[in-house]
Design a protein around this ligand. Structure first.
Ligand code: AMP
Length: 545
């Protein structure tokens, strides 16, 4: 398939608003794609270059893209940045700029879909001193040979943001329809494989294998998530429940086969190099080949330490031993997904728990099972007293649903009005803070994942945290203007506030009154930040109270 054909299809999708029409169109296309094109096409449609389980990254941020684009069109980088700042849509700006260039260029080579993928893969694998230059050279090749429309989607792919409205559910249904396989098999296979491209490939080549997929070691699956809820409702809905402490740490997924081990974060990034002590503890605790799920917490004198300590450990990639001696961390294991090659996610929690207890000699989290609200209530208060965030309640019959934030797992914690938002920019500080960022611009998301700004936060950040934030954000700057900078939207803040107000200042239509920085949530993905729907709900609840 030519990349031009892919780009034309994407352009067509931008004009389709009906979900059914999208499903039908994709279902018609899928069976005609070659076995090589199909998985790449499916991932690209979703704005993904590599499988979700893969830790491969293009490592080509907006700054490099602007530099290469400036070169391709023969203008200064500032010209490109100004154009992007005034439009806000990188893809459309790239297209427009390439249109202007086109009048002065001879015809370029046709790009193949697979060739684009191969170039991206090459870019991801480049390492060493000159790798940045080499990556830029590859991007230069692609953009120089791209038509304006191809440029729109090449740049969006490089930034992994397609904006064509093709959601995961649409692709599931299109695979189901296009290859005549039941939707539940497609969804289950996607949870276990964590790669829609491979799901489509199997649906085309081997539907029986699709119905029997297993989780593969060293290909992390998404973690199961929880909703907020109440003890009474949960007991009413499910009867007997498992209750566990809600540890205030960072999620991990540990994979072990023989002597080979790896550990991944909630965002499925590999953390193996940062956590040799945790790996040693977990490896020593079992003789089995496992994939287990849990939370790592920092401890001092038997008491949990602030969550930031865990993040400090995880972020540390060099001189790890220096911090392993000062920040002791401890794994709390609460689930098992695979044991000795058998995928367990469809089994009920009660069975998985028995297996977990029989294969792990240590670190399994304490748990009570009860259907009595008052017993669970007491457990909750004890959890808070011992320094935990609250408790988790889990339906005993619940399968493990990767990536799902349903009602089978519920979190109970004290009511505090905090909200998770993604940081989109900052303003430089003043006086002795002039070389650091002083206030941060925050955004929530709409139903398509588009970011909508709704507040700035400057309070609640001490000098040490300001310095830490400067370090974290300095490589994420994509544009500078006077006293403000724009960031690649990659980091999540948890922010407290007194009240939500309607506002015409911010795109979200709301603003936070008295916003206050609570903590950095760099274990959370920007796709997990507050949605405009839940903001609306918060506003309604607040005005009812
Ligand atoms: P939240 O981050 O507020 O959505 O809460 C869900 C998170 O709580 C999970 O992603 C885990 O990182 C964490 N957690 C802490 N203790 C547990 C537990 N016992 N079971 C499941 N998740 C837990």
């Amino acid at each position: 398939m030519l990349f031009r054909e892919f780009a034309e299809l994407c352009d067509r999708f931008e004009t389709i608003s009906s979900r059914l029409a999208m499903i039908d169109t994709l279902a018609e296309i899928f069976p005609f794609l070659s076995l090589e094109d199909l998985p790449v096409f499916v991932r690209f449609m979703r704005g993904k270059i590599f499988p979700d389980w893969s830790s491969e990254r293009l490592r080509f941020g907006p700054r490099l893209l602007y530099e290469v684009l400036a070169y391709v069109i023969g203008k200064k980088q500032q010209f490109v940045i100004s154009a992007i700042n005034s439009s806000g849509d990188t893809g459309l700006v790239v297209e427009k700029l390439l249109e202007k260039r086109e009048q002065t260029m001879f015809l370029s080579d046709d790009l193949e879909l697979l060739e684009v993928y191969a170039r991206f893969l090459q870019m991801a694998k480049m390492s060493g001193r000159k790798s940045q230059q080499e990556r830029m050279r590859s991007a230069l090749y692609l953009l120089s040979n791209a038509s304006p429309l191809e440029g729109r989607y090449l740049s969006r792919l490089m930034l992994e943001e397609m904006r064509i409205g093709v959601g995961e559910g649409v692709v599931h249904e299109a695979i189901s329809k296009g290859f005549s396989v039941p939707i539940n098999i497609v969804e289950r296979a996607h949870q276990a494989l964590n790669d829609l491209g491979e799901v489509a490939f199997l649906a085309k080549t081997d539907p029986t294998a699709l119905a029997n997929v297993h989780i593969t070691s060293f290909r992390p699956v998404k973690v199961m998530l929880a909703q907020a809820g109440s003890i009474a409702n949960m007991v009413m809905a499910h009867g007997f429940l498992a209750a566990e402490n809600k540890y205030d740490g960072s999620r991990f997924q540990f994979h072990k086969v023989g002597d080979q081990t790896a550990i991944y974060s909630r965002r499925l990034e590999e953390m193996t190099a940062s956590l040799p002590d945790v790996i040693a503890m977990l490896s020593a605790a079992t003789d089995h080949d496992v994939i287990i799920d849990g939370e790592i917490i920092a401890m001092q004198n038997g008491k949990p330490m602030p969550f930031q300590m865990v993040l400090r450990r995880i972020r540390r990639k060099r001189d790890v031993t220096a911090v392993t001696n000062t920040i002791h961390i401890h794994p709390c294991v609460f689930d098992i997904l695979v044991c000795d090659g058998e995928t367990l996610i469809d089994r009920p929690l009660s069975e998985r728990r028995k297996i977990l207890e029989s294969v792990m000699k240590n670190f399994v989290t304490p748990q009570i099972v009860s259907d009595l609200p008052e017993v669970i209530e007491n457990y909750y208060h004890a959890a808070l007293d011992s320094g935990n965030e609250g408790i988790m309640l889990k339906a005993l019959h619940s399968p493990y649903l990767p990536g799902n934030r349903g009602k089978l797992w519920i979190k109970i914690k004290p009511e505090v009005d905090t909200i998770d938002l993604v940081v989109t920019g900052a303003e430089w500080g003043e006086g002795k803070r002039a070389k650091m960022f002083g206030s941060f611009l925050l955004a929530c998301q709409d139903e398509n994942g588009e970011l909508l700004e709704l507040s700035r936060v400057a309070t609640g950040i001490d000098d040490a945290m300001l310095a830490e934030l400067y370090d974290l954000f300095k490589d994420k700057i994509v544009a500078k203007r006077d006293k403000t900078v724009v960031f690649e939207p990659d980091v999540v803040f948890e922010v407290g506030y007194a009240e939500l107000q309607k506002s015409t200042t911010y795109a979200a239509g709301y603003a936070l009154r008295f916003p206050r920085f609570v903590r950095l949530r760099d274990d959370k993905d920007p796709s997990e930040v507050e949605t405009i729907d839940s903001l609306f709900h918060r506003y309604g609840m607040q005005n009812k109270a």
